[in-house]
Design a protein around this ligand. Structure first.
Ligand SMILES: Nc1ncnc2c1ncn2[C@@H]1O[C@H](COP(=O)(O)OP(=O)(O)O)[C@@H](O)[C@H]1O
Ligand SMILES: [Mg+2]
Length: 234
């Protein structure tokens, strides 16, 4: 469904990604793991054409996306939850979720915001609270709920667990698993938290200094403790 073929990405003159390739099939759940500064966010922004200058081929359902702008990629069903979440401070949780309709694919029937909210048990009692008055974990859940509300075909979650308390991380893993299964959305997840990434995905790509240095199943990573030491400092 998504195919990234040997892309290079640049900020100004500095090259951040070097020949990165990956694929995500329909309804597949895949992780990109790597330490701080490895290039995870740059990769996700490149897929959405939302920042870096990109060379190489990014295709969706076999069609090269070329220079297609971000909003049109969203309307193909690619939904990015960026690392800074971008929740609206001055509207409520429910209204934040309702905003999803503006990024949705044309012609797709959306669930009512209340029904989406019900998929995230922790958010239900907070539905009328302003976005700016939520904890980091609650904001992350709203960001995921808003993404799912647009009925994406592939949700890209950029380091959702960063800075979250362990109990919230566990709840988020349950919610992400459930919504992906129930809505049929695929998942491309960037993480440093290997426990979370393992809960939510079936296989992974390991990225370091802008290059994919390993890809395989989680079991394959376990069979290579050297990789973890070298690239994840574990
Ligand atoms: N807007 C930017 N301008 C210039 N360099 C950037 C920008 N954003 C990120 N970088 C650099 O790109 C590299 C990869 O960063 P990033 O993709 O954010 O990594 P990660 O998400 O894996 O932590 C880092 O060296 C970072 O300093
Ligand atoms: Mg990042």
């Amino acid at each position: 469904m998504l195919s990234v073929d040997r892309i290079d990405a640049f900020y100004g003159d500095s090259q951040i990604l070097h020949g990165v390739s990956l694929t995500v099939g329909e309804k597949e759940r895949v992780a990109v793991v790597g330490r701080n500064g490895a290039g995870k966010s740059t990769l996700f922004k490149s897929i959405l054409n939302a920042g870096p200058r990109v060379r190489g081929r990014i295709a969706w359902e076999g069609k090269d996306l070329g220079a297609m702008p971000t909003f049109r990629r969203a309307r193909l069903g690619l939904s990015l939850v960026p690392e800074d979440r971008r929740i609206f401070d001055h509207v409520t949780v429910l209204e934040n979720i309702a905003m999803a309709r503006y990024a949705a694919r044309p012609g797709v029937e959306l669930e009512a915001p209340e029904a989406v909210l019900a998929r995230f048990p922790m958010l239900v009692p907070l539905k009328d609270r302003m976005g700016g008055r939520l904890s980091g974990g609650q904001q992350q859940m709203v960001a995921v709920a808003r993404a799912i509300a647009g009925r994406p075909r592939l949700m890209l979650l950029d380091e959702p667990t960063e800075g979250l308390a362990p109990v919230i991380v566990e709840q988020l893993a349950r919610d992400v698993n459930t919504v992906c299964r129930e809505t049929g959305s695929g998942l491309l997840l960037s993480e440093q938290n290997l426990w979370f990434a393992r809960q939510c995905t079936d296989r992974l790509f390991l990225i370091d200094t802008g290059r994919i240095v390993f890809d395989g199943l989680w079991q394959d990573l376990d069979d290579n403790p050297d990789l973890k030491r070298r690239y994840l400092a574990l």
